[in-house]
Design a protein around this ligand. Structure first.
Ligand code: BGC
Length: 374
């Protein structure tokens, strides 16, 4: 595991920092390398900007980050932006104005934070990109997320398993199909969406080439499949349209990159004549409660579980390391190029969840209780 260092400039801080000789700005001088963690954390507020409360995952992320910061003694300014870019920008401006000493940001549109992050940088406020990469600025210090390409591979793999093209061990069964599938992608302004799509398409392409898979609508481009802002109702509308384009073709599978979209897709399918117990194989992401219940009920086929507790801890340990002058742990320094620089990242692992393993992964793993899923 590689490590890199960030040193916090203390000029503007006025804090009870005992960073003896730390004089460089972020990424600056080596002095103060062993400054130690002797700071008054109760005097430090960390700003946490989350995109929306419309999705359980982001509520959980916000709560997890907040409690992990509070456990370390920090104060927390947690804001959700209702998926509105302008709201997120002004929330971050407010955090800076109120004296936040570090920011953890899960962006709505990764390209829209350049100005506000410049003012963070001007005040030596370090920034962690949380789950979604912030694009087009040098003023993002670290990034923590999951292996997003692999998430896409997992989504496509579970689609292939659900269709019976692969067996439980990932081996080809020889099933010839052709299976009719339709493909959905996430929000084009979210850098993750392309990673999910690329991972999924690289996995599905051989089966499209060999005609084991067929896309009746012919809509195979990211732009055609993308759902702006990950809105369930937009996915529902697109699925309704696809059913009219596809005419009488029976759909066997739908690649969906997010549980919320899967809910919209399922609504379109059930109102379009598919019975709830004979739905296509539908994937998802985030293991949201409603969708895990849908998996248990035999509607949605799979989801991708990303332990937001771990992600929260990771982001908080990055912030804590920066603020205490410690080394920040990263495990990827090549994948996440934000168009200005490669942002040093810590990537976590995700898991495919189906009806066969949800108990073991989600309940035994303590993410949900049995009651949550009733
Ligand atoms: C996250 C996914 C989530 C999606 C929609 C992405 O950036 O990585 O976990 O499903 O946003 O909220």
């Amino acid at each position: 595991m590689k490590k890199s260092k960030v040193f916090l400039g203390i000029a503007a801080a006025g804090l009870a920092l005992s960073l003896a000789a730390c004089s460089g700005g972020r990424g600056g001088s080596d002095e103060g390398a062993d400054a130690g963690g002797d700071i008054d954390k109760s005097a430090i507020t960390v700003g946490v900007a989350m995109p929306t409360q419309q999705s359980e995952r982001w509520i959980a992320d916000g709560d997890n980050v907040k409690s992990a910061l509070e456990d370390l003694g920090y104060k927390v300014d947690l804001q959700f932006a209702n998926d509105e870019i302008a709201t997120q920008v002004s929330q971050i401006e407010n955090m800076i104005a109120k004296g936040a000493k570090a920011l953890i940001v899960a962006s709505i549109d990764g390209t829209t934070l350049t100005d506000v992050l410049q003012s963070a940088a001007d005040q030596d406020i370090p920034v962690i990109a949380y789950d979604r990469l912030i694009l087009g600025t040098e003023n993002v210090d670290y990034y923590t997320t999951f292996d997003n390409y692999k998430v896409g591979v997992q989504q496509a793999t579970s689609l292939l398993t659900g269709l019976g093209i692969l067996d439980a061990d990932g081996k080809e069964t020889g099933a010839a199909g052709p299976f009719n599938v339709e493909l959905f992608a996430g929000s084009p302004d979210d850098n993750n969406a392309t990673f999910f799509w690329n991972g999924a398409m690289d996995t599905l392409q051989p089966y499209l080439d060999s005609k084991v898979l067929n896309v009746p609508s012919g809509q195979l481009d990211f732009e055609q499949a993308a759902i702006l802002r990950w809105l369930p109702e937009t996915a529902q509308e697109r699925m309704e349209n696809l059913l009219t384009i596809d005419g009488s073709a029976k759909i066997d599978g739908v690649l969906s990159p997010y549980d919320g979209l899967s809910i919209g897709i399922i609504s379109a399918l059930t109102s379009g004549g598919y019975s709830a117990d004979a739905l296509p194989v539908i994937t998802g992401q985030d293991a949201e409660v409603g969708s895990v219940k849908s998996i248990i009920a035999g509607e949605q086929y799979s989801t991708i579980y990303k332990d937001t507790r771990e992600l929260g801890k990771q982001a908080v340990s990055m912030v804590d390391a920066i603020l205490t002058g410690e080394e920040v742990e990263v495990n990827d320094e090549e994948t996440y190029d934000n168009e200005v620089k490669v942002v040093p990242s810590f990537l976590l692992e995700s898991q495919i969840v189906t009806v066969d393993n949800y108990k073991e992964i989600l309940i035994d793993g303590g993410y949900y209780t049995e009651d949550d899923l009733k």
